[in-house]
Design a protein around this ligand. Structure first.
Ligand code: GLA
Length: 387
């Protein structure tokens, strides 16, 4: 009897070791996440604290039904306000608006999408819900068991100097890594203390470089155009994050939303739609999914664009692409339509270059030494320049 028990225990051990060994190469080969800027949807900008499981399901359905998923939007991210209480063992449970996280993640995964969640290194989240302070290991295990693929970790009530912040973010990164599940790690502490300089070292795949965006041209422009100079901190796996998209939330016009989208793509910024996807206009969908504009964001070279020329309210931004072309944004931040010129010496191409309008999806011909376009107020003309 004892003999049989020992031999079946040994067999079980061999099986478990075998599974672990077989699994190791798979883990080692799993591609690091966020090789291009993450794309998806996040609940905050539209639903804020009202978000429910039904809203998240509807967002997943809409990503699949509208073609956004095919355009690259694959993360369905729940922001703040999903948290309930901890049980006697310390495990976090969702509140009544999210009755069953595993069921929700199965629903999202069944559509070929990925599920994201939100917490804080502090005791409380920004909306006053339960944070992860002191519970990092357990929370990471819980998220992995639910099938979570992305964590936004928001500073909120955390208190501490830079070394303390670094330690707090690293602690959650290490807890996530120990789950063995690839989970995109999104740092959110509003760009304080040069987070871009230490974000990669604490396992951040992206880090907010700014305070919160709002659905307002001036705020969006202040954040987006303010990114110049941060380009050397972005690279595949590690992105500057000037906050989520407001496209389609209704307080900017089409030109302003095209400026928002063009700028974020030139910046190689994460593209997290923040509108109600289940009630989207054709124009909103076209802005979010223009394949030639999205391709600039997702270009595998992974270089963040920068401003190469500025004259008053007119700005020219350039992002080098893997195929040797340059994506160029001609922006007019002024209050009336203006011609904007991109000089090829600023763009970094020779004297003659072919120009294609990315919003119009139209070749404009070969130009010599410069390209000029009439740009609407608060608008953009975005082109690809082929040397
Ligand atoms: C902060 C973040 C926002 C959002 C809210 C949620 O303000 O910057 O993006 O996550 O918290 O409370």
């Amino acid at each position: 009897m004892i003999h049989r028990l020992i031999s079946s225990t040994i067999r079980l051990c061999i099986l478990v070791i075998g599974i672990i060994l077989l699994g190791l190469p798979a883990l080692a080969q799993a591609p690091a996440p966020a090789q291009t800027p993450p794309m998806g949807w996040n609940s905050w900008n539209h639903f804020a604290c009202q978000v429910t499981e039904a809203d998240v399901r509807a967002a997943a359905d809409a990503l699949a039904a509208t073609g956004m998923q095919q355009a690259g939007y694959i993360y369905v991210n729940i922001d703040d306000c999903w948290q309930g209480q901890r049980d006697a063992g310390g495990a976090i449970h969702p509140n009544s608006k999210f009755p069953d996280m595993k069921r929700l993640s199965d629903y999202v995964h069944a559509r070929g999408l990925k599920l994201g969640i939100y917490s804080s290194p502090g005791p409380k989240t920004c909306a006053g819900f339960e944070g992860s302070l002191g519970r990092e290991e357990l929370d990471a295990q819980t998220y992995a068991a639910w099938g979570i693929d992305y964590l936004k970790y928001d500073y909120c009530s955390f208190q501490g100097d830079i070394p303390a912040q670094i330690a707090a973010y690293r602690k959650m990164h290490e807890a996530l890594a120990r789950t063995g599940r690839p989970i995109v790690f999104s740092l959110c502490q509003y760009g304080m203390d040069r987070v871009w300089a230490w974000g990669p070292a604490v396992g951040g795949n992206l880090w907010r470089t700014t305070g919160d965006i709002s659905d307002n041209y001036d705020r969006m422009a202040y954040l987006g155009f303010g990114q110049n100079g941060l380009e050397r901190f972005a690279a595949p796996g590690h992105w500057n994050d000037p906050d989520m998209l407001e496209v389609g939330n209704g307080k900017m016009n089409g030109d302003e939303y095209r400026t928002h989208m063009s700028l974020w793509c030139l910046l190689a910024a994460p593209l997290l739609a923040g509108n109600d996807l289940s009630k989207m206009s054709a124009e909103t969908l076209a802005i979010l999914t223009n394949p030639e504009v999205v391709a600039v964001d997702q270009d595998r070279l992974g270089v963040q664009g920068q401003r190469v020329a500025q004259e008053g309210q007119l700005e020219v931004w350039v992002k080098p692409l893997a195929d040797g072309c340059k994506a160029v944004g001609l922006f007019n931040r002024g209050e009336s339509p203006m011609p904007v010129t991109a000089y090829f010496r600023d763009v970094g191409v020779g004297d003659a270059a072919a120009v294609r309008d990315l919003w119009q999806k139209r070749d404009l011909g070969v130009f010599h030494s410069s390209f000029t376009a009439q740009v609407p107020s608060h608008g953009v003309v975005m082109v690809k320049v082929k040397p």
